[in-house]
Ligand binder design. Structure first.
Ligand code: DMJ
Length: 627
């Protein structure tokens, strides 16, 4: 249809608007757009708003790999500040950070959510850098409170006649260097070296974590001033030690080896990477404590974040938890709280202590198996060797680590020791003192190699016993250590068997092939070290040196050290395993046996059950300038 022009009439636009109206509308529209963009881009910290509107950016190529190397996933929220917040749950369905909060779910009017977001942005405290965990721990203050320089003053080194002891120390250092280099060459990053097959072994005990030998070696390398090797180990932890694993792990083993090793490495060096990885790994262990009693299960499943009572071959624990396992967390967990500010770690182990303290104990003894569900003892088997051992060790060391303020630990230790002495201690017809195992009142007249740490433990605790018991405990420690030495001296290789008996006319010897192996264990030289520091009786260095010679002769192979199947045969049959505790403990205790007393002084450090030094809490005393 033809439109005719009417004079004086301004035609309307196709929307039916006249020009001034159009102008006003456009003005309003452009104002609105400017406002929106201003809010979007110019308001402080507007990234959350941007995320609401803008399509998610594709990740920069390569970033995933970087995150993998750094050991954390880019998809995760930054670590929540742990002081004193509860532990960070692992990402996944239970991780609140990975879900929308109920208030942000669909259906909330948009304007309300925008206002809410603006308020959140304004109120949020600055987030810690991803991967960091804030700490109020003052490393320099800690170091200044130590009584002695960590590696000693070296004051007496020059007085040592050029010197047998120096040469002996150097020899042990060379053994460590050889053990490390062999591991590095054939098995770097694996859990253990297999020296015969010249390859690495992962096993399943650590739930997919790797590098147990690296972590267990850090402090020994540092102590021996093997600086290059220490840097290699540290670089591996920084670049390749990933915590994003999903297997089933032994709570105890991960704690004593990994957490203990990382904590020590931090306290020796102040390097943040060790502190952060110790805390993050500690958080991964927490699901094991989700039981009715709070007594943790023996195994933690890193994937499902649950505990389980599976055991690792040395014990048929059934549905029980094992005394030495749940009783050997106290030292490390207190340090995790100290270094993170997160009280949850300390609460877990204080609860274990409380459960144990409140329980009835048959004859004052602690059985090895406890139900984490009912809180009842499950079998009346008592041992200072495997299954029980480090529980007793951690009582006296908790007392010492608290700078002698943890009276509860002290009382529990001396009461337990009295009961052990009354019911388990024996002297053989040949005059050897030993600690038997107890099964509902019946004694097995045997000692495991593991029980040989007890000489050192009793020596360590002797000075804080009641006045009238001190000399007695010193003597008891010496006698038990002598018995353990006999188990070595009576073998053909001068290395001791896994277990030895006091019956059938035999004393301090294994009675069957299945107990005749030696897997590079430390407990006997550990006791030599404590007895040396207490008495300075040269016999302990002589005995220690015999062990060094025997290790060289029967356990050293072309590509590392190996355990042997039979200590009574001089033709060694190797087990093809260089255990991580050989580097963490056996070589460390041997080295300390030939060092001055102020090297890792017992006034400043307690050794966890994997020989990782943890500092005594001198925080209430004044600085001494020992760092
Ligand atoms: C180490 O892992 C620890 O010393 C633990 O307490 C018991 N056994 C081994 C070494 O024999």
């Amino acid at each position: 249809m033809l439109m005719r022009k009417v004079p004086g009439f301004v035609p309307a636009s196709s929307w039916g608007l006249r020009l001034p109206q159009k102008f006003l509308f456009l003005l309003f529209l452009s104002g609105l757009i400017t406002l929106c963009f201003g809010a979007l881009f110019l308001l402080p910290n507007s990234s959350r708003l941007k995320r609401l509107f803008l399509a998610p950016r594709t990740q920069q190529p390569g970033m995933e790999a970087v995150a993998q190397v750094a050991g954390h996933s880019l998809a995760r929220e930054p670590e929540s500040p742990p002081n004193p917040a509860p532990a960070v749950p692992a990402p996944g369905k239970d991780d609140p950070s990975s879900q929308a909060s109920p208030r942000s779910r669909k259906g909330w009017p948009r304007r309300t959510r925008l206002v809410e977001l603006r308020e959140e942005v304004a109120a949020a405290p600055p987030r810690p850098q991803e991967g960091s965990i804030q700490s109020s721990f003052d490393f320099n203050a800690f170091r200044s409170r130590l009584r002695h320089p960590v590696l000693g003053t070296g004051a007496n080194k020059s007085k040592e006649p050029q010197s047998l002891v120096q040469t002996q120390r150097e020899k042990i250092k060379e053994m460590m260097q050889f053990a490390w280099q062999s591991y590095k060459r054939y098995a770097m990053g694996k859990n253990e070296l297999r020296p015969l097959t010249k390859d690495g072994y992962e096993g399943s005990m650590f739930g997919g974590l790797s590098g147990a030998t690296v972590i267990d070696s850090l402090d020994t390398l540092y102590l021996m001033e093997l600086k290059e090797e220490f840097q290699e180990a540290k670089a591996w932890v920084e670049e390749s030690f990933h915590l994003n694993v999903s297997g089933e792990a032994s709570l105890f083993e991960v704690n004593i080896r990994y957490i203990g090793g990382l904590l020590s490495a931090f306290y020796l060096t102040g390097e943040e990477v060790f502190r952060i990885k110790a805390i993050k790994l500690g958080e991964k262990l927490l699901p094991a404590f989700d039981t009715p009693t709070g007594i943790p299960k023996g195994v933690v499943n890193f994937k499902s974040n649950r505990g389980s009572n599976q055991s690792w071959g040395w014990a048929m624990a059934g549905s029980s938890s094992i005394l030495a396992e749940f009783g050997s967390l106290h030292l490390e967990f207190l340090h995790l709280t100290e270094l993170s500010g997160n009280q949850v770690f300390a609460e877990k182990v204080r609860n274990i202590r409380k459960v144990l303290k409140d329980l009835d104990k048959p004859f004052g003894l602690y059985p090895n198996f406890l139900s984490p569900v009912s809180g009842n003892w499950m079998q009346h088997h008592v041992s200072v060797g495997g299954l029980g051992d480090s529980f007793y060790e951690y009582l006296i060391k908790s007392w010492l680590m608290s700078a002698k303020t943890d009276m509860e630990a002290k009382d529990m230790y001396y009461e337990a020791l009295e009961a052990i002495e009354t019911h388990l201690l024996n002297v053989s017809p040949g005059g050897l003192t030993y600690i038997a195992e107890w099964r509902g009142g019946i004694l097995d007249h045997k000692m495991g190699h593991l029980a040989c740490f007890s000489g050192g433990m009793i020596a360590l605790g002797a000075d804080d016993a009641k006045e009238e018991k001190r000399a007695h405990y010193r003597e008891l420690a010496a006698q038990i250590t002598k018995t353990c030495h006999e188990s070595y001296a009576r073998s053909d290789t001068k290395l001791g068997p896994e277990a030895f008996w006091f019956n059938s006319g035999l004393e301090a010897m294994a009675t069957q092939m299945s107990e005749s192996y030696y897997i590079l264990r430390p407990e006997v030289v550990e006791s030599y070290m404590y007895l040396w520091r207490q008495t300075h009786n040269p016999i302990y260095r002589e005995w220690g040196w015999d062990v060094v010679m025997a290790l060289e002769k029967y356990c050293r192979t072309e590509a590392g050290f190996s355990g042997i199947q039979d200590v009574y045969s001089t033709v060694p049959s190797h087990d093809n395993k260089q255990q991580t505790f050989f580097l963490a403990e056996t070589l460390k205790y041997l080295y300390l046996l030939f060092s001055e007393d102020d090297v890792l002084s017992l006034e400043d450090w307690v050794f966890n059950t994997e020989a990782h030094p943890l500092p005594v809490n001198h925080s209430h005393s004044s600085a001494r300038g020992g760092g």
